[in-house]
Structure formats: structure tokens, C-alpha cells
Design a protein around this ligand. Structure first.
Ligand code: GLN
Length: 200
């Protein structure tokens, strides 16, 4: 059974731990650099990416996280976690840092006032069983991606139709939305499959 950490500095840690358990992984909160060594995969939860960035720096986790990503550790980031995995952030705070790893530019709080929080069906490439129920809470979108990045989902309707909301690059996965809040664990199962494949 793969051991998957949840970065537990801030954000919806418990919801991800529950979803990972449903997807047959052993979920573990991670707060200290040493804890990264024992993991087969890691989730960076939703929350507030500026706070998460501050705390990761304060706890000495930023460089160790970058090192594990560079080694190929599978990491899934939802919402604020997506921002943490982006090589470039638009509308971030000036001193905000990311772990990086996905060759993409994300825009923070991209959907604007009217659409700050909304729900929308999301067609996710490679998932069977119909569209996901996408929960977007002051979410980022993916503004642009490099050649090595696979787009897994874009919005199909509404004012933000065509915006990219899920991507993968190698062992790194990111979604603008929060599958951990829906009781549908297909995205977590997709990630745990990726973790298993990487461990082989
Ligand atoms: N707006 C938040 C940020 O910039 C993300 C919101 C979320 O994770 N639900 O980090």
C-alpha cells in the first residue's frame, strides 16, 4: 500500500487524507522535512497559497520539497496546491514562492468576483464514469503550459469556457478544483495509480 503524505501546514488536509484512504493509500500528515523521505507520493491541499508558501519557508520545507520533486516524487496539488506546483504565478503576492515543477503559469484568484466560487461539471481526460463535479473556491486557472504538460481538463461552458483547470507533467498532477470536497474519489484514485506506477 503506497504511503502518501498530505502537506499539513494549512488548508484542507483532513479531506485529502480521507479521500486518499478511500483510494487505498496510507495517508500521513507532513510537517517536517524528514517526513518527506518516507513517502511514495504527496498531496498539497487547497487553502491559501501565500500562507502555505510562508509556512513552507518558515518550516524549512521549501528546498526539501523542490528536491523531492526533482527526484520524481509524485505530487498532486489542488487549488492552492496547484499554485504551489506552478513554475510561474500571476497575481501572486510579491514574495510568494512556489515549489514549482510543472512548466505552467497559473493565475491566482483568476475567476473574478462574480465567479469567485462556483461549481461546474468537468470532463477529465482518462477518467471513466462521466464528468466530475468541479468545486471551485477562489480558484486559479492555468494561463499557459509548456510543451511537456498534458492538459487533462478545461471548462466547457460558462464565462470561463476553455480555461485549463487540470494538468499533468510526468509525476506531477494539479487541479484548480477540489475533488476532496465531493465524495468522488476518482481523481485521488488516478493519483494513487500514478504513485503505484512510479514506485515500480
Ligand atoms: N485563492 C487561494 C490561493 O491563492 C486558493 C484557494 C483554494 O485553495 N481554495 O491560494
Amino acid at each position: 500500500t503506497p504511503v502518501v503524505g498530505v502537506l499539513a501546514l494549512q488548508g484542507d488536509v483532513r479531506e485529502h487524507a480521507v479521500a486518499l484512504a478511500e483510494a487505498d493509500a496510507l495517508a500521513r500528515p507532513v510537517r517536517r522535512p524528514e517526513e518527506l523521505a518516507e513517502l511514495d507520493g504527496l498531496v498539497i491541499p487547497g487553502g491559501e497559497s501565500t500562507t502555505m508558501s510562508n509556512l513552507a519557508l518558515a518550516f524549512g520545507l521549501m528546498e526539501p520539497l523542490r528536491a523531492r520533486v526533482a527526484e520524481g516524487l509524485p505530487v498532486y496539488g489542488s487549488c492552492a496546491g496547484m499554485i504551489m506546483l506552478a513554475d510561474k504565478i500571476l497575481d501572486g503576492r510579491d514574495d510568494q514562492q512556489s515549489v514549482g515543477g510543472i512548466d505552467m503559469t497559473v493565475r491566482r484568484n483568476a475567476f473574478g468576483r462574480q465567479n469567485e466560487s462556483f461549481e461546474s461539471p468537468v470532463d477529465f481526460a482518462g477518467l471513466e464514469g462521466g464528468p466530475l463535479h468541479g468545486v471551485f473556491i477562489r480558484a486559479p486557472w492555468v494561463e499557459s503550459v509548456g510543451a511537456g504538460v498534458q492538459v487533462l481538463a478545461e471548462l466547457s461552458g460558462g464565462p470561463a469556457a476553455g480555461r485549463v483547470v487540470a494538468v499533468r507533467q510526468g509525476n506531477l498532477l494539479a487541479t484548480s478544483f477540489h475533488p476532496e470536497l465531493t465524495g468522488d474519489h476518482r481523481v485521488h484514485a488516478y493519483f494513487v495509480d500514478l504513485v503505484r506506477a512510479a514506485a515500480r
